[in-house]
Design a binder for this molecule. Structure first.
Ligand SMILES: N[C@@H](Cc1ccc(O)cc1)C(=O)O
Length: 261
């Protein structure tokens, strides 16, 4: 069974940019695949785990996983899934959280060289303002950016220029990983569709429109009562056993998780 068939069978596919193209690619070639996470806290929660478990499935099918810790993007703040502007974290908080997430990621997925972990602070922090505007800004059409669902949904409340540019940063990541890590597929939660498709557009502009890069989103997991999976009355369900005990963790919809993973 092809990995894409398997994910579909598990109900783990929300949207794909080009089903047939991706299907052919993963059937014929071992590719690099990435998922990013922003260090907004010092632990991942259960909502983060799902895209990473799917990444792990691709690894088991022979592909090369890359996890991006968003030290750069996390200092800007993704407007996706947020109804109002985020409060900026201090750079100390960002760096503290990125270290905690890197350690957690190594712990969960191993650091045997098979599961690569990179930090986008390493490349995003090196781009100067003028280079950003000349090399990337020029390739983004504001009208297209405004039409992205996430941005459109924020126009009434307002969105800062900082959060508005977030999609460009995530796109630069995809381009960077395509050029340096052979990454051809980005996975993410359903709310990442706009950022992922922006990245594909950027790569097509820079590398040519027939460049084989794809995006796949995973459905947002909801509890039976329709509320977001991963939140309890007491807050998020963390992957850090100090924050959510293994006992509490196992009480939380494990059956649904197993079906999907
Ligand atoms: N924007 C993603 C995280 C992310 C960061 C950088 C990336 O290149 C990709 C994904 C989120 O908030 O979930």
């Amino acid at each position: 069974m092809n990995i894409i068939d398997e994910l579909q069978w598990r109900g783990a596919v929300n949207q794909e940019t080009d089903h047939d193209g991706l299907y052919d690619l993963v059937s014929n070639k071992k590719i690099g695949i990435y998922v990013g996470v922003d260090p907004t806290g010092d632990s991942m929660h259960i909502g983060h785990l799902i895209p990473f478990m799917i990444l792990k499935r691709f690894q088991l099918a022979g592909h090369k996983p890359v996890a991006v810790i968003g030290g750069g993007t996390g200092s800007i703040g993704d407007p996706s899934g947020k109804k109002s502007e985020r409060v900026l974290q201090t750079m100390d908080q960002v760096h503290h959280n990125e270290q905690a997430l890197t350690a957690q990621m190594q712990n969960l997925f191993g650091d045997d060289g098979q599961f690569e972990i990179v930090n986008n602070y390493d490349w995003l922090s090196k781009i100067s303002l003028l280079d950003f505007l000349r090399d990337y800004g020029k390739l983004f059409n504001v009208n297209t950016m405004l039409n992205k669902e996430i941005v459109a949904s924020r126009l009434e409340v307002g969105i800062s220029f900082t959060e508005f540019t977030y999609q460009i940063l995530q796109s630069v990541d995809f381009l960077h990983l395509y050029q340096n890590n052979d990454v051809q597929l980005q996975l993410g939660g359903a709310d990442q569709w706009g950022n992922i498709t922006s990245g594909i557009d950027l790569i097509h502009k820079v590398e040519g429109s027939d460049t084989k890069v794809y995006g796949l989103t995973i459905p947002l997991m909801l509890k039976a009562d329709g509320t977001k999976f991963g939140k309890t009355a007491g807050g998020a369900v963390w992957l850090d056993p100090e924050k959510t005990t293994p006992y509490e963790f196992y009480q939380f919809g494990l059956i649904k998780m197993i079906e999907m993973l």
